[in-house]
Design a protein around this ligand. Structure first.
Ligand code: C5P
Length: 308
């Protein structure tokens, strides 16, 4: 819905409400390069946005309102200041000088504690929407650099969709799509999620891969997906925390009927990504897996100036 909101002879038509998708990401490989003095870790990771998405509705509240309102339909998701969406809207006002508050409805599909960056994606989407609804006071590169203040893997959503990320994850380098966008993917996540901070804390730096991340990027782009390219240094601490995740990965590798070219964990888990097919292996019908989240997915990209 478009209309003039400023009440003056302003020529810019500003949207009055926005309903947009909030897609999540996977890490095609994730190398941890070292521990930093600020408690974070330096990463070198190939992120890709995928089409598994929440949906979000944004509308500006009347002037004079001084508190954002967030509603979410998924149990257990906080809707107070601890939610990254509210943090993103606070950040937007602080950086842009806007006094606009918003009503936000969040329809969740992406599971929590999954390594899919669902909460970070919602924060990125909120920054994007607030900027649109206020007549674009900020550029995309402003939004990208601001986002690092509230999380490490929000910036990637302001990339073109495929990005080699370093630093805490917030230094984003766009790369050409490393794989055909129609590469079938199957996401498999046990009911238990994993807390990112705890997985990083449990990481034993001696148990990391020694692969050169730039070489992984080249191999992936030139030769496609294979098991030894889809390295994730956070698998050992995640598997130690949740041993059934290692079993799940093993079964997907061995009982996937040879259809998957690679089976690997994304982010800090607990989602396992199977690449090359989205056919659900038969063993996932067993009673023991009845509460497992299973979803097909595809890689997606973004055109500058548009959201996904
Ligand atoms: O930045 P974000 O809030 O997503 O990070 C959650 C936690 O994960 C951090 O508090 C930190 O303990 C850990 N982390 C890390 N190194 C990174 C990203 C996250 O140690 N590059």
């Amino acid at each position: 819905k478009l209309g003039h909101r400023c009440g003056c002879w302003c020529l810019r038509a500003v949207a009055e409400q926005l309903s947009i998708a909030s897609p999540c990401k996977i890490n095609l490989f994730l190398r941890v390069m070292g521990r930093r003095s600020d408690g974070f870790h330096d990463l070198a990771s190939l992120f890709h946005v995928i089409d598994l998405s929440d949906s979000m509705d944004f509308s500006p509240l009347a002037s004079g309102e001084t508190k954002d309102r967030l509603e979410c339909d998924m149990c257990g998701v906080p809707t107070d200041e601890s939610n990254l969406v509210i943090k993103a809207l606070n950040l937007f006002r602080e950086k842009s000088g806007s006094h606009q508050f918003f009503n936000v409805k969040l329809h969740k599909v992406v599971p929590h504690g999954a390594g899919l960056g669902g909460g970070s994606a919602n924060a990125a989407t909120a920054l994007w929407a607030a900027n649109e609804l206020c007549g674009r006071p900020a550029s995309e590169s402003d939004l990208l650099s601001w986002s690092a203040d509230i999380g490490s893997d929000i910036s990637v959503f302001f990339s073109k969709g495929a990005a080699y990320c370093t630093g805490r994850g917030e230094i984003v380098r766009n790369v050409p799509p490393p794989l055909p966008l129609d590469t079938p993917l199957l996401l498999v996540k046990p009911a238990v999620g994993l807390p990112t901070g705890q997985i990083f804390k449990q990481l034993d730096l001696d148990k990391r891969s020694s692969a050169d991340p730039e070489a992984l990027l080249n191999r992936l782009s030139n030769d496609g997906m294979s098991q030894d390219v889809c390295v994730n240094d956070l698998e050992p601490p995640a598997f130690k925390t949740l041993p059934e995740l290692a079993d799940l990965k093993g079964r997907l590798q061995h009982e996937g009927g040879g259809k998957f070219s690679a089976v690997f964990m994304t982010g800090s888990g607990s989602t396992i990504v199977c690449a090359g097919s989205d056919e659900v292996p038969e063993f996932l019908q067993e009673e023991a897996y009845s509460d497992v989240f299973v979803s097909p997915a595809r890689l997606i990209m973004r055109e500058e100036g548009t959201w996904y």
